[in-house]
Design a binder for this molecule. Sequence first.
Ligand code: NAP
Length: 295
Amino acid sequence: MSVHQAPFRLGLIGYPLSHSLSPRIHTAALQACALQGDYSLFSVDPDDHQSLKDLLARVRSGEVHGLNVTIPHKQNVIPFLDQLTSTAEAIGAVNTIYLRDNKLIGDNTDAPGFLADLNKFLTTETQRHGDLNALVLGAGGSARAVVYALLNEGWSITITARRIEQAKQLAASFANYHLPITVHNFLATEIHSTNLQSLITNLSLIVNTTPIGMAPNTNQSPWPENVPFPPHAAIYDLVYNPRETKLVRDACSQGLSATTGLGMLIEQAALAFQTWTGHNPPREVMLEVVNYTAH
Ligand code: NAP
């Protein structure tokens, strides 16, 4: 447990930040744990590396106690840190920063946050069916965290991306896991290929890591209209705004178990909060403040 007495100064670096739910989630966590403090938004232009450096100096001096990092700075902050956790190192991106033993540490709680929520979802909402075969849609930043998390749980993974090179690079960076990762062009362009059809039939999990379906484009889905869902797949959509995405709605209407990424958002926040404060915050309180306000 932390012996920290002064108010916790926490915050988020990113750009743009106007829609961030993090201040509400972390303020609820502070209150639930009876801690003084605040969570500020630090909007830093994509190319403004001096401001990043200045903010990190405030963590080093002890003025700021913890920072989250989001797009577009998850990789930009790395040169200014002293050390990465093994998770951040493997993923190549940082979403949580703190000072430990006078060292600025970069961690990544997206991967364990995803896994914590996925495992809750798979045990409470559905049974694991057949082999651990997952299809990951997209190959950007969050796909890296998802692939890392799934590999550590022994899943075989197929990645589909509209830029096949991006998917190949992602797969290559995890080659040391010696687990099969195959890559395909994004579904809509290759869906009729026989290989992909047989792959789809054997899937037990589909994870959407693209922003397709995110507000305001709530009538879009990354899953092609003309392709039936795999019969036994669970669907995890990282998008959490709207509260129910078209992908989740379509999958549920065909009898599949599906969830959005709100639970992952809460878990990654809770893990960062625990690192900063030493307190394990109640998830239900953090969820309550965003559950009915995401649209
Ligand atoms: P990112 O780094 O920009 O990656 C997005 C990926 O999706 C890229 O591979 C991108 O391809 C692809 N993509 C984008 N639009 C596409 C389209 N129309 N068709 C096909 N592929 C498309 O973004 P990210 O950080 O991974 O975030 C992705 C989504 O996950 C966002 O909606 C974000 O809010 C959500 N997210 C949720 C959580 C959570 O806690 N639930 C955590 C992180 C992220 P290109 O590179 O070719 O554009």
